[in-house]
Design a binder for this molecule. Structure first.
Ligand SMILES: C[S@@+](CC[C@H](N)C(=O)[O-])C[C@H]1O[C@@H](n2cnc3c(N)ncnc32)[C@H](O)[C@@H]1O
Length: 161
């Protein structure tokens, strides 16, 4: 009940806070859930441990762009490619990128999973992929973060078990 109220409240105010970052929300995209911060903070910790000057990150199924934007804010120098299937999510994510002044480091694309990024020549160049996929409640194969050097890397590491 409390969660329903806070989600309704976020939509009413048009804003929420995710990993300490103020984000715009609109009905076309889900309000980021507090538990998704665990995925974001895990990715940030991993990226900091990698200690790369300009780590390259993909946020697949980006929704409101919360993970992409929060990671870019927390990891200076990170370059993030985000994508989502729907018009509403892509629009909200792009609004958040502009709202947070991250347009030079976060790009938002639209399409079906990695098809959205085809043609960008990112293959073999990405350090970390984050993904909070749709329908994750149906099975317990929830991924956290994947290292990758090619698109052949299984995105959902949990499904290997
Ligand atoms: C659980 S939400 C995650 C949103 C956001 N990343 C977060 O963590 O709050 C899943 C997202 O996947 C997107 N989605 C669903 N099917 C997709 C597909 N085939 N390709 C890309 N994105 C998809 C939905 O539009 C939705 O925004």
């Amino acid at each position: 009940m409390r969660e329903e109220i806070s989600i309704a409240d976020a939509y009413r105010r048009g804003r929420t806070v995710f990993m300490g970052v103020e984000l715009l929300v609109a009905p076309g995209a889900l309000v980021p859930r507090p538990e998704t911060e665990l995925l974001g903070t895990t990715a940030v910790d991993l990226l900091r441990r990698m200690d790369l000057p300009a780590p390259r990150v993909v946020d697949m199924c980006c929704g409101a762009g919360n993970l992409a934007c929060a990671i870019a804010r927390r990891v200076s120098g990170a370059r993030v490619w985000a994508s989502d299937l729907t018009d509403g999510c892509v629009e909200v994510a792009r609004c958040n990128v502009a709202h947070l002044g991250l347009a030079d480091r976060v790009s938002v694309f639209q399409g079906d999973t990695f098809g959205a990024l085809s043609g960008l020549r990112l293959e073999g160049s990405i350090d970390v992929i984050v993904c909070n996929p749709p329908g994750q409640r149906r099975r317990s194969t929830v991924p956290t973060v994947s290292y990758t050097t090619s698109w052949d890397t299984t995105l959902f590491q949990g499904s290997k078990a």
